[in-house]
Design a protein around this ligand. Sequence first.
Ligand SMILES: [Zn+2]
Length: 310
Amino acid sequence: MRTVVQKDKSRVGGTGGRTVRGGLAVLAVTALAAGCTHNPTDARPATVRRPFLAPAARALDAYATRLRAAHTARVAAAKRWHLKQVPLTAPPPPAKKPRITTREGFEVDGHEELGLPPVFTTVPTKEKIVFLTVDDGAEKDPAFLRMMRELKVPYTAFLTGFLIKEDYGYFKKMQADGVTLNNHTLHHPYLPGLSRAGQKREICGMQKILARHYDKRPTLFRPPYGSYDEDTLRVAKSCGIAYAPLWAEEVFADHWEYRERDRDLHPGDIVLSHFRGRRHWNGTMCDMVRRFLDKVTAEGYAVARLEDYL
Ligand SMILES: [Zn+2]
């Protein structure tokens, strides 16, 4: 049996000076101003008719108004949270989802034949998008929830049982904001070191906890430390897991780390971060989000919702 262990990551600081690009294109629609029928020679009081807008034009006008309002709110939120730039808006979800396959070198025996959940670090796409994933659940910073809600930046959570049980409510709020809560085991063990039964308790046990508290069984699972073997994926599949996303980059409050040697972002990259605060990090979760957004925006990337591509 093959055990896949994530390679050591080198620490890299700084984000590099990149050219600033992009910005939300705001659709400006000029309302059709139909002339009024007032005839100055007419002694009768002027009758001002409402400008006529065909239903399609009205809908477009309402759409443009909504878009402008959303952009204004985004600009204000970016300023409030001290971002260097307004985050870019992700393209609409793909009409046809990409085929997700296991990254080369990350397969276990019988991976494809057994239909085991694919293990991947990047989603195949040509769009300049990245995905943010946040793990574990140790820090429960209310400011992080506010920041993400106001900036409308999507992310996906991978939760560990023993860390969330002290405050299930915090993640309930996150779920209400549209965040998917996924499986990161009960106790965060090194899974290849456990028997198949032990792995099953960790993974399928967490499925039950999430279903009980959040009314939803996740289909995404991330093995702690990115380490897994064939048993891990067999067991995960047996309790409803369809995907095992890993990550291409990791962002902290004060630096980035990269899996690839080019130390760069790529379309479809999955970025890892953690629920951590000053106790563990040189900064807060909001500092992490700032570091994340300032780099991805400066490099012309928008943040998309991982679930939209799976
Ligand atoms: Zn973890």
